[in-house]
Ligand binder design. Structure first.
Ligand SMILES: NC(=O)C1=CN([C@@H]2O[C@H](COP(=O)(O)OP(=O)(O)OC[C@H]3O[C@@H](n4cnc5c(N)ncnc54)[C@H](OP(=O)(O)O)[C@@H]3O)[C@@H](O)[C@H]2O)C=CC1
Ligand SMILES: Nc1nc2c(ncn2[C@@H]2O[C@H](COP(=O)(O)O)[C@@H](O)[C@H]2O)c(=O)[nH]1
Length: 325
């Protein structure tokens, strides 16, 4: 099996078909909506809060609200009052079933529901998908996280509308160290293998360190790319601001860290400090410009054209060029 990750792959240019990068369309259809970018900030407490969710929803971007210490019902109600789409996260516990029941009973619904647990290839997820589909049949269900083709096939068969791929590649993740499992270090090739069997969209989750990694994710099968660390250091980000030696940082911690959980039990996440670096709107604009460039290098006009390019795997004796596969 071919193993690679974001930092040892490069995509190969094809003849340019546009006069200007502004002709390249980065928008993507995902579920019932079209978004400006195939990018979504991670559903984590130090990455987004309600003002950021509101900004994203009202400016044509996808968002997924996190599920920690939040009243999903009240959040959904406020988004509906503002005429915005609702995209929430749930776990698989009794309280999460009650959230789904109440969204249905109160007629609020949810446009997108992400089932967000560490080991998403599980009967608990199968039951939650079935419950959502029964109570809120209009909701688009994203289920995860998983890291194998078998899991993608199961989740799709259980009724998920999209799967979220990535077990352990995150910047604040320690799953690989604590358990010996995951896609950390080979997330991009895991994505490739998952995409080969997928019949529905995939959200690539974790491991993005550069804007070019978004294009690489699309090349290997992602419809949407979930990113934490690149957003955690933004001025608007909800993480606590910390000053060290005169420099400003934002706290970024894992959802399975003791900082998020409030106790040291089944910890699979850590806390880091991200340098404060600019504003959300500027970052989104730069991501869009960079992705427009990626599309132009792919010899294309739309996002899907990136899927057509060849690539090389860098590094020592294993360097190899790959024709469309
Ligand atoms: N993408 C990734 O690599 C990872 C992401 N995370 C994130 O951390 C947050 C917390 O995740 P999670 O701990 O699942 O959420 P919860 O604490 O809500 O747990 C969800 C349920 O799954 C069970 N569970 C959790 N892990 C496992 C496992 N390995 N095997 C069997 N059952 C399991 C829990 O039971 P019990 O606790 O009793 O076992 C609980 O019933 C989420 O946002 C998740 O996305 C966490 C780790 C990896
Ligand atoms: N193993 C863990 N993974 C986690 C935890 N909290 C979040 N995550 C995952 O990381 C990505 C973001 O990754 P990044 O590389 O873009 O920073 C996020 O979407 C989750 O899937 C955790 O505590 N442990």
């Amino acid at each position: 099996m071919e193993i690679f990750d974001y930092d040892n792959i490069l995509l190969l240019p094809r003849k340019c078909r546009v006069q200007s990068r502004s002709e390249c369309d980065t928008s993507v259809e995902f579920g019932p909506r079209r978004f400006k970018l195939p990018v979504v900030p991670a559903n984590m407490k130090t990455v987004l809060d309600e003002p950021i969710a509101e900004y994203l929803a009202s400016n044509g971007y996808f968002y997924v609200m996190h599920r920690f210490e939040i009243d999903n019902l009240a959040f959904a109600r406020r988004m509906r009052d503002r005429g915005l789409f609702v995209s929430i996260s749930v776990g698989v516990k009794q309280a999460d079933y009650e959230v789904v029941d109440r969204l249905a009973a109160e007629g609020l619904g949810a446009d997108y529901i992400t089932i967000d647990i560490a080991h998403g290839h599980a009967e608990t997820v199968q039951r939650m998908i079935a419950h959502i589909k029964q109570k809120l049949p209009q909701s688009f269900v994203i289920a995860g996280n998983v890291g194998t083709p078998e899991a993608v096939i199961d989740l799709e068969n259980w009724g998920a509308d999209a799967t979220k791929v990535g077990v352990g590649p995150g910047k604040v993740c320690i799953t690989r160290l604590k358990t010996g499992f995951g896609t950390g270090g080979w997330q991009l090739s895991a994505l490739k293998w998952c995409a080969r069997v997928a019949t529905k969209p995939i959200v690539a989750d974790g491991g993005i360190r550069e804007h070019g990694d978004i294009a690489k994710s699309v090349r290997f099968g992602a419809t949407m790319v979930m990113i934490g660390s690149l957003f955690a250091g933004l001025e608007e980000s909800p993480g606590r601001t910390v000053e060290v030696d005169g420099r400003l940082y934002k706290e970024y911690y894992g959802s399975a860290s003791d900082f998020n959980k409030g106790e040291y039990k089944h910890v699979e996440g850590k806390r880091i400090l991200e340098p404060v670096k600019g504003k959300l709107a500027d970052t989104l604009r730069e991501m869009q410009e960079d992705l427009q460039s990626s599309i132009s290098y792919a010899g294309g006009r739309v996002l899907a054209d990136i899927r057509k390019v060849n690539y090389v795997i860098l590094g020592g004796n294993n360097a190899a060029e790959h024709l469309l596969m």
